[in-house]
Write a protein that binds this ligand. Structure first.
Ligand code: Z15
Length: 801
């Protein structure tokens, strides 16, 4: 949109006056942020309404992306960028004596997700709007997001994330769109005069679901879509209704806090309540919206696509069946046909502990009508498939089995599409976790490799790089990230490679300042910034990275005369509060950091910076400053990864196992431009099949590795006597579940190669540029375009190249 500097300044000052009845000098950064938020909404106001109007007028097919997590990050900058107002606003504020960065930083970062899954949902919202797809998000408005992490004595301590304390400028409460969600009670089917059956309920707990909508602004295309987050409230009180404090609390609790477990299912009843709550509210609102505009449900699958992001929203399947059967009186066959045509499912993990199952007793008590429907889905599945596939296979794959509701199986059976998130992951789904269902429904399986929005992760997070790219290839890459590939022509342009080093250094200076202020550590900006930012998990193997730090430390102590490039090891990682082992690794990293950072013999040659409270905003600071991207999961365990893509696009080279999307990154950038190592997925599966992995063999064969392991238990690293022993035992007594010892040697070899190559900055930046130039294929725009074409069958703005 068009906005002059003068107009903006007038609008901003007027907004301050209206909101606060005072002048600018008397407002805080937070107050200024809120005023800007109001202005952005005003500037965008008609787009949101017009977009909804346009979709209605053309009766455009809608996509509903259901996810129990959304991690959008701060929205001020991205909204301004997408509206084309960023430069004007920045300039205007500076003329008013204000600093845009400071105001931006006052915005709370909504932590309504744990990690990759939630951030992926947010990237896809951004891309759907930017591609002009009628895409809606559907999730939960948690009162408290993911805990805030602080370290005390090196241990993780969790504090509540009170992100709504000062309100949320971006949301609109739509109390007129609220609906009731029913839990518990008794249900029976009462025969009606016309011969049909009607579901009757008694003694149910009813919860009011109130939607809060947030505008998702597309990139300079006048489109604004909606992210709808549901909040649980008391139903409006009927005359004689009375709620005890306990009942009020039970309702409040439903949307009170995000479960802090990533890739792990705790199996608590409250979590099942959360899942049904937003699934039911979402489906009710979709069908109500559809019903207002159509005669009957015949056209439903032509006008609605529902996407199930991991198994958490799987209950949309029986919930849609319930409404079609009970309220619209469809036959089972018609309802099932519609439901399966509407639904599609993305799987995000093959890890057993993340695959959700619910005990039938819990499920039945909480959701009696939904349970009846799942029983019928199960019965019909068995009846239809047993003659073809035999009883054994059907027993292994039915929605009900071993006293559990098996959510992934229900999701596959009730959808027309199931996808993995990287080629290897999809192959493993077909060969391993969902092998039997792949026999039954081979045509449903497909791959959709993850993607990231380059707008947030390059244009906004890395302005110095973006400006440099413009200077070489012009700005079209900002619309079509795949144009980044034309940068490859400059891989031997010495001047350009020097400029890349300068950009990286500028970003390192910014990160170094944060590290200094937050941790009190001085780091050299000519050091290798070796970065691992992701949730703390045994399978992600932060421990392998720790071993490299110990190796570097011992090398400096043993041979101070050997000079290697300085290193800064940067970690960001939260551990699930109940994940004991992950918390021990956190303590280990902090204890090691303490030792290394304060050893005068080490000086500035080696530093460890474990930055607390990693999240989207810190990612935006850390990623542009990275030289090395640690992507070192045990092969086969990381479904895709997405920080690997963000780091690549910002010119970090990958130090990576052949896992998830690392494989595709290495192929895209060229093997010579990455550092890959370790067992392949096939080799890992080989060990499983033969049962012949012996961690101790690696320990005994490698004196260096042996010495490093001993530092965990011999007092070299002070303050970890219990944690060190526990980790040591996980490797040697319990045989190293994630093959850390098996991969140690090849990992270290690549780390040494990195130290050597980094000294030749031209060579290094050549590799960095190869990564940037190849990163365009991981644009979320392309990923979402493929979802639109292959799965949702909705039109999108054509993406050339
Ligand atoms: C989560 O963040 C992921 C998978 C899960 O099953 C859960 Cl519960 C949370 C991650 C994967 O670990 C990661 O490899 C992938 O890139 C991401 O989802 C998005 O697909």
């Amino acid at each position: 949109m068009k906005l002059t500097l003068a107009q903006f300044k007038r609008d901003f000052l007027a907004e301050i006056k209206t909101l606060y009845a005072t002048d600018l000098s008397d407002t805080s950064s937070l107050g200024q942020f809120i005023a800007l938020g109001h202005l952005v909404r005003r500037y965008n106001g008609s787009h949101w309404q017009d977009t909804a109007e346009r979709y209605r007028k053309h009766d455009q097919k809608q996509v509903y992306y259901f996810s129990i997590e959304f991690l959008p990050g701060r929205l001020l900058s991205s909204n301004l960028l997408n509206l084309g107002l960023l430069d004007t606003v920045r300039q205007g504020l500076s003329e008013l004596g204000l600093d845009f960065k400071t105001i931006s930083a006052a915005e709370p970062d909504p932590g309504l997700g744990n990690g990759g899954l939630g951030r992926l949902a947010a990237c896809y919202m951004d891309s759907m709007a930017s591609l002009g797809i009628a895409g809606n998000g559907n999730g939960i408005r948690y009162r408290y997001g993911l805990f805030k992490q602080v370290f005390m004595d090196g241990y993780q301590v969790e504090l509540p994330d009170d992100w709504l304390r000062n309100g949320n400028v971006w949301e609109v409460r739509r109390e007129n769109k609220a609906c009731l969600v029913r839990f518990g009670g008794n249900v029976w089917m009462a025969p009606q005069p016309d011969g049909s059956l009607k579901a009757m309920y008694e003694h149910t707990d009813d919860v009011l679901a109130v939607p809060y909508d947030i505008g998702m602004i597309g990139y300079q295309n006048d489109v604004t879509n909606t992210l709808r987050l549901w909040s649980a409230e008391l139903p409006p009180s009927a005359d004689n209704s009375y709620y005890s404090q306990a009942q009020r609390d039970r309702i409040d609790d439903i949307t009170k806090v995000l479960y802090p477990d990533d890739s792990n299912s705790e199996g608590q009843a409250l979590r099942l309540r959360q899942e049904y709550f937003f699934s039911s509210a979402g489906v009710q609102s979709i069908l109500r919206h559809f019903g207002l505009r159509h005669q009957g449900m015949k056209e439903l699958a032509k006008k609605v696509a529902i996407h199930i992001n991991d198994t958490h929203p799987t209950l949309v399947i029986p919930e849609m069946m319930r409404i079609l059967l009970d309220d619209h009186h469809c036959s089972w066959e018609v309802a099932w046909e519609l439901t399966t045509k509407v639904m599609s499912y993305t799987n995000h993990t093959i890890m057993q502990e993340a695959l959700e199952t619910w005990p039938i007793d819990m499920f039945k008590g909480l959701l009696p009508r939904i349970y009846q429907i799942v029983v019928e889905i199960d019965r019909r599945y068995r009846a239809a498939k047993t003659p073809v596939f035999g009883e054994d296979l059907v027993n292994r794959t039915a929605p009900l089995g071993n006293g559990q509701v098996r959510m992934a199986f229900l999701a596959v059976i009730g959808s027309h599409s199931v996808n993995g998130v990287a080629p290897l992951h999809t192959e493993l789904l077909k060969a391993d976790v969902l092998r039997d269902l792949y026999q039954v429904y081979p045509e449903r399986f497909n791959n959709k490799t993850n993607g990231i929005t380059m707008r947030r992760w390059v244009q906004l997070a890395n302005e110095p790089l973006s400006t440099l790219i413009d200077s070489k290839i012009g700005p079209t890459w900002r619309q079509q990230p795949n144009q980044l590939k034309t940068l490859a022509a400059y891989q031997n342009d010495a001047k350009f490679l020097k400029q890349l080093t300068a950009v990286k250094t500028e970003n390192k200076v910014a990160l170094a300042a944060y590290i200094k202020s937050e941790l009190g550590i001085d780091v050299r900006t000519d050091a290798i910034f070796d970065v691992q930012i992701k949730r703390l998990h045994a399978y992600k193997r932060q421990l392998l990275h720790v071993f490299e730090i110990i190796r570097e430390y011992l090398a400096i102590k043993d041979h101070p005369e050997t000079v290697e490039p300085a290193r800064v090891h940067v970690f960001g990682a939260k551990a699930a509060p109940s994940y004991h082992y992950a918390k021990s690794i956190i303590k280990l990293i902090n204890a090691l950091a303490d030792l290394v950072n304060h050893d005068p013999k080490v000086g500035d040659r080696l530093k460890v910076a474990f930055i607390p409270n990693y999240g989207v905003s810190l990612g935006e600071l850390i990623i542009p400053a990275a030289d090395v991207s640690e992507q070192i999961s045990t092969a086969s365990k990381e479904a895709s990864g997405t920080s690997n893509m963000k780091l690549m696009a910002n010119g970090a080279v990958s130090l990576a196992t052949l896992d998830g999307a690392n494989i595709d990154i290495i192929e895209a950038a060229g093997e010579g431009n990455e550092y890959s190592f370790g067992l392949t997925a096939k080799a890992v599966y080989g060990y499983y099949e033969r049962g012949d992995y012996h961690a101790a063999d690696f320990y005994n064969a490698d004196p260096e590795l042996k010495r490093i392991l001993e530092t965990l238990v011999d007092g070299t690293i002070p303050g970890i006597s219990t944690e060190g022993r526990e980790i040591y035992d996980s490797l040697l007594r319990y045989n190293d579940e994630y093959f850390v010892l098996a991969d140690y040697e090849s990992y270290v070899q690549q780390q040494q190669q990195i130290s050597e190559d980094f000294q030749d900055q031209q060579l290094w930046q050549h590799k960095a540029l190869a990564n940037i130039a190849a990163a365009g294929i991981f644009s979320a725009d392309l990923a979402v375009a493929r979802y639109s074409e292959d799965i949702w069958q909705v039109p999108h703005a054509k993406l050339l190249n």
